[in-house]
Design a protein around this ligand. Structure first.
Ligand code: PDD
Length: 283
């Protein structure tokens, strides 16, 4: 089946979708994005994702006067219907738009380029989750506005590939010997009866899955400590896991060639995975 995508007001075949080389997203990486899971033909936590998109846009000085957030819901529904999506992802890409000359200074009057397309659904099985994954650490050399979901992902791409080249799942990022996040995920650790995750700020993305997991644990009367997590906390952790919309909870059982805790997927990691799976199954 030909896949239909949305580009600047039109529903078109993916193969026919084109943007200008003068688009500021192409020339400068000047734009923001979202990745939204679709479960059972329904976009997941749509309000949280659209609120974050709105926040990313305003943090880079893009107003939504040309494009209203409420339009997204109708577009999502149209694409789900036309493409018969059941379990899938939406990739939403909003750039500052087309500008006739290449200029670092943006023209405030240009219209954003809005692309929404489906992405394949390929998440880890529960057997893979129970076996655990390997990870590594690297200095977080990205910019200091990582709370913006920017399409300029070169730093994240290089850091993720550092892990991928070793057949690891994720690179965990350290700045000033403190954990920020993963190259494409947020990170949680446990020590004894406590669970910790770095507090929000400019160094990490306010992950929708991170937020959901904190809420789900809290409903079980388990408080997650949002605070600094140091390199040595990471090295001494009993458990480490990554959260993201693509693979909601991925346990790391070996970090930089050393076992995490006893090297097995631990109870909190499994509980986190179960809490999110159960939540998804009830929607
Ligand atoms: N990325 N931190 C970074 C740097 C990320 O790229 C992501 C997810 C997260 C987790 O956020 P959320 O739970 O809202 O998905 C944290 C998406 C999946 C991506 O870039 O494809």
């Amino acid at each position: 089946m030909d896949e239909i995508i949305f580009l600047n007001g039109d529903y078109i075949n993916r193969e026919n979708a084109k943007i200008s080389i003068m688009d500021r997203g192409f020339l400068f990486g000047d734009g923001v994005y979202e990745l939204i899971p679709i479960y059972k033909s329904k976009p997941f936590l749509i309000k949280k994702h659209l609120d974050r998109l709105h926040s990313s846009m305003s943090l880079i000085g893009m107003s939504d006067e040309h494009f209203f957030m409420q339009d997204f819901e109708n577009i999502f529904n149209e694409l789900i219907e036309r493409n018969e999506y059941k379990d899938h992802f939406f990739y939403v890409h909003v750039t500052r738009g087309y500008q006739s000359t290449r200029n670092h200074v943006y023209d405030k009057k240009i219209q954003p380029t809005v692309l929404i397309m489906g992405e394949g659904y390929n998440i880890f099985s529960s057997e893979q989750i129970k076996r655990g994954f390997k990870g590594c650490t690297q200095e977080d050399f990205r910019w200091t506005k990582s709370h913006i979901k920017s399409i300029s992902l070169l730093g994240n791409v290089l850091l993720k590939n550092y892990a991928a080249q070793q057949n690891f799942y994720e690179t965990l990022l350290l700045r000033d010997a403190k954990l920020t996040e993963g190259s494409a995920s947020n990170i949680f650790i446990s020590k004894g009866d406590d669970i910790f995750t770095p507090s929000l700020g400019v160094d990490l993305l306010p992950g929708v899955t991170r937020d959901l997991l904190i809420e789900l644990f809290s409903a079980e009367n388990k408080v997650i400590h949002e605070c600094d997590v140091t390199k040595s906390d990471l090295q001494q952790a009993d458990e480490i896991w990554c959260t993201s919309s693509t693979n909601y909870c991925v346990p790391i059982t070996e970090l930089d060639g050393v076992k995490v805790g006893n090297g097995q997927v631990g109870d909190f990691s499994l509980q986190a995975y179960d809490l999110i799976s159960r939540y998804i199954s009830t929607i």
